[in-house]
Every structure is written in structure tokens, then in C-alpha cells.
Design a protein. Structure first.
Length: 87
């Protein structure tokens, strides 16, 4: 399955994060390189929700050994990880 453009993936991820992890007007401003954990956007339970979304949306499994900050702890890291997994 061909993956969408990096910008489309980036937009979908931002939408999911805003919809799932921000309550009402608490929409926190964050850049694509900001750490979700350091900014308090996503906690360890949230990582599991994020992983489920990625698996469902992009059609691949995220293996236990892939559940690292290098892959999952920012929009930039996620876009790179999804690009690698989908190719």
C-alpha cells in the first residue's frame, strides 16, 4: 500500500493528537520536533493509543522493539518511522 505524502501523514497525525489528547481549549501549541513526553502531550498510555491509530491507519504492526522515543516521540519522528515502515 503506497503511503501518502509526508505532509499528509503529518497533518493526519496532528489531527489525531489534537482530537485525542487535547481537551477543549487546552490546545497546546507544539512544533513537529517537540517531544510529546517532555511537553506533557502524551503519556505512556497515550503512546498505546497512538500506536493503535498508526497500525490501523497505515496498515502495519508496530513491534515492541520499535516502541521507542526515536520512532514515536514527536511528529517528525513519527513521519520518518511511518515512511520507513510503509516502504
Amino acid at each position: 500500500m503506497p503511503v501518502e505524502s509526508a505532509e499528509a501523514v503529518r497533518s493526519e497525525l496532528r489531527g489525531f493528537i489534537a482530537e485525542t489528547f487535547f481537551l477543549g481549549d487546552e490546545a497546546l501549541e507544539f512544533s513537529d520536533g517537540d517531544s510529546f513526553m517532555q511537553k506533557g502531550i502524551i503519556d505512556s498510555t497515550g503512546v498505546l493509543e497512538l500506536t493503535s491509530f498508526i497500525e490501523e491507519k497505515y496498515g502495519f504492526a508496530v513491534e515492541d522493539e520499535e516502541m521507542t522515543p526515536d520512532n514515536l516521540d514527536s511528529i517528525d519522528n513519527l513521519v520518518s518511522f511511518i515512511g520507513r515502515k510503509a516502504s
